[in-house]
Design a protein around this ligand. Structure first.
Ligand code: NAD
Length: 366
């Protein structure tokens, strides 16, 4: 199977879909690679390292020639979709729940598209779970951003000049990103509390050395382990409860999300205004609108002395290891779709069928 790795075109995207390490490994397993020049440069993988790993380098315009598979991080632009031949297997974060136009374009073009976010979260597919791998990076980086923007030290320090109290950190949403944020803030020495609407996570929060903040709001959990959206009454109660508790914290890292929906609004402007000057909010849900009412996606703002970091695509701020993890997820999917380098799409398989968002042969309709 000939596989192409294009240079990403999304704004601020520094990651690359396959690393030289994964290309060298798959090269021995029956795959051939064409890498667009410059594809890995921003992630710290220059062209010559890809060449040494066995890939052929190509300029844009030539890179897709003969490609049966195209591995990307972000969704392709309209022009990039037009350049794909019918029958091409495309893999990437294709945003199937929110980018219906893009998916329709892929369908029209006859591209067989697999969305990383649609891979079922079953044990057999754990090695392909790019939502988790990238959320792990985001949770870690989110805390580093918070520590950097905070005027306070995170650990308790006992010095000759006296004692400094540890920073108090609140993590909202204790899924994959939230749990990593808790672990990272703990490693930096902060005193950490966390909240999630899924009560089942309380134990995981406590096992990381944080305390579960009980806001007395319990949401429902879907079969896949995701949270359901709260009712408007519950949302209001949550905002009120947070408004009361939030002034106790120096730093808030928010990660709450409901798949396919805008991020739940947890922190109203009034809660921000109740925080001490110098407090920091890092809103890791900024990509889907933000958990804080005042978050400006893509920006960092100050409001009443509180810094609100709404940077988007946070995993791309750690492009090297984010790419390493993502590439391993892509490899696991690729080996599943094309064992031994021979494309063999079996739409009766739960992973292949679940991840396919366009171009499925009619007779295999789900
Ligand atoms: P996510 O990114 O969709 O959401 C992040 C967190 O926000 C979730 O824990 C969710 O409960 C929480 N949340 C939603 N609304 C909220 C609100 N109003 N207030 C506070 N918190 C709110 O979720 P995720 O991190 O991708 O994963 C969530 C869960 O999915 C995991 O904890 C696990 O149960 C399951 N999962 C399973 C696998 C697997 O089996 N392979 C892998 C990863 C995750």
């Amino acid at each position: 199977m000939r596989v192409c790795v294009p240079r990403e075109s999304g704004p601020g995207e520094h990651r690359v879909a396959l690393t030289p390490e994964t290309i060298a490994r798959l090269g021995k397993a029956g795959f051939e690679f064409v890498v667009e020049r410059g594809a890995g440069v921003l992630a710290g993988f220059p062209d010559d390292v890809y060449e040494n790993a066995g890939a052929r380098l190509a300029h844009r315009g030539e890179h897709l020639e003969g490609a049966e598979g195209v591995m990307r991080v972000g969704r392709p632009s309209t022009e990039e979709i037009e350049a794909l031949a019918a029958g091409t297997v495309l893999v990437g974060f294709l945003q199937p729940l929110t980018d219906t136009e893009g998916i329709a374009r892929l369908e029209q073009r006859g591209v067989v598209a697999f969305a990383m976010e649609s891979i079922p979260r079953i044990t057999r597919a754990q090695s392909m779970d790019a939502l988790s791998s990238q959320a792990t990076v985001a949770g870690y980086k989110g805390v580093l951003l918070a520590a950097d923007r905070s005027p306070k030290l995170f650990p308790m320090l006992m010095t000759a000049a006296g004692t400094i109290a540890p920073a108090r950190v609140l993590v909202l949403g204790a899924g994959v990103a939230g749990l990593q944020a808790i672990a990272t803030a703990r490693r930096l020495g902060a005193v950490v509390s966390a909240f999630d609407v899924r009560p089942a996570v309380a134990e995981q929060v406590e096992s990381l050395g944080a305390s579960f903040l009980d806001l007395e709001i319990r949401g429902e959990e879907t079969e896949g382990g995701y949270a359901r959206e709260l009712t408007p009454e519950q949302q209001e109660a949550q905002q009120r409860a947070l408004e009361e508790r939030i002034p106790d914290f120096d730093v808030v890292v928010t990660t709450a999300a409901v798949p396919g929906r805008p991020a739940p609004r947890l922190i109203p402007a009034s809660a921000v205004e109740s925080m001490r000057p110098g407090s920091v909010i890092v809103d890791l849900a900024a990509d889907t609108g933000g958990n804080c009412e005042l978050t400006s996606p893509g920006h960092e703002i100050a409001h009443a002395g509180v810094t609100i970091v709404g940077l988007t695509n946070v995993p791309s701020l750690m492009p090297q290891d984010a790419s390493r993890l993502y590439a391993r997820n892509v490899v696991a999917l690729l080996e599943h779709l094309a064992p031994g380098g021979e494309l063999m799409l079996d739409f009766t398989d739960e992973i292949t069928s679940g991840a396919c968002v366009a171009g499925r042969p009619k007779e295999t309709a789900a």
